[in-house]
Write a protein that binds this ligand. Structure first.
Ligand code: CP
Ligand code: NVA
Length: 301
């Protein structure tokens, strides 16, 4: 594994390896056992979109690993004034040991990896959010012990979160059901991948159907970063695509609920369901730290 660009690139073994290391790093952190695997190494973190969790967990994680994180806002970099990503990649490769990037187009992340000579980590694009899904899988395994026989249900926008969850959950052996309105389906590349899993994958426009017998219920905002101008149209299109009591009544009684955050209460999830599952949701947020530290150790250690 040279980069973390998208879940489609990872083998099942690589995913499990990352999760195992993440569990170990979490244990060590909780027990005060130092783990300076990246002593003397630097990670550049390019942000073209806002972030709370990704920025703080990468920055703190790098510090805990003995390395040095650099926050690079695209407003301050020459990339924000049009310097090509190919040149930025070759320059940064001469200073840093790794780059994390959050941006719009997946191609920009792939180009950074192609033209640079250091590991690149995707911190979210319009296409996918692999760091989040590794944390989600870590949380699912923590609560459910094993992935075998589990069903994940996603309700909402077939966007970056759905795209990565479908791939990640199928790769570790879970069944997946996704409910999206017409016009907001997952990416065709992901649909093509999912087709190979036969009836372990289901796409429907009926949230209650998708939630039937689910062990994990996941949703995401109706309007993602960069889609603020579509918010009104999306509110209409996603009406009814909400994780609420009716959806949870279809799922198993002990089903968990995850949300990558930030959440919009009473849009994609009700306040009641959110608060009933707050422990899982905030464990998931914490696990961003441990999963990303594992990714950095694998790529830069
Ligand atoms: N879930 C997630 O990526 O959060 P941030 O946008 O705050 O980084
Ligand atoms: N789909 C959301 C995820 C945020 C972590 C977005 O792209 O804004």
């Amino acid at each position: 594994m040279k980069h973390l660009l998208k879940m489609l690139d990872l083998s099942t073994e690589e995913i499990i390896d990352i999760l195992d290391l993440a569990d170990q790093l979490k244990y060590e952190l909780k027990h005060g056992i130092p783990h300076p695997h990246l002593k003397g190494k630097s990670l550049g973190m390019i942000f073209q979109k806002a972030s709370t969790r990704t920025r703080v967990s990468f920055e703190t994680g790098m510090y805990q690993l003995g390395g040095h994180p650099l926050f690079l806002s695209s407003d301050d970099l020459q990339i924000g004034r049009g310097e090509p990503v190919q040149d930025t990649a070759r320059v940064l490769s001469r200073y840093l040991d790794g780059i994390m990037i959050r941006t719009f187009e997946q191609k920009e992340v792939e180009d950074l990896a192609q033209y640079g000579s250091i590991p690149v980590i995707n911190g979210l694009t319009d296409f996918c959010h692999p760091c989040q899904i590794l944390a989600d899988l870590m949380t699912i395994r923590e609560y459910k012990t094993d992935f075998d026989g589990l069903k994940m249900c996603f309700i909402g926008d077939g966007n970056n979160m759905a795209n990565s969850l479908i791939v990640g959950c199928l790769k570790v052996g879970m069944a997946v059901a996704v409910a999206c309105p017409e016009g907001y389906h997952p990416d065709p590349q992901v649909m093509e991948f999912a087709k190979g899993y036969g009836d372990k994958f289901q796409l429907t426009d009926k949230p209650l159907e998708a939630a039937k017998d689910a062990d994990v219920v996941i949703t995401d905002v109706w309007a993602s970063m960069g889609q603020e101008g579509e918010a009104e149209a999306r509110r209409k299109a996603f009406h009814g695509y909400q994780v609420n009591d009716a959806v949870m009544a279809q799922a198993h009684a002990d089903a968990m609920v995850l949300h990558c955050l930030p959440a919009h209460r009473e849009e994609e999830i009700t306040e009641k369901v959110f608060e009933a599952h707050a422990d899982e949701i905030f464990e998931e947020a914490e696990n961003r730290l441990h999963a990303q530290k594992a990714v950095m150790v694998k790529l830069m250690g």
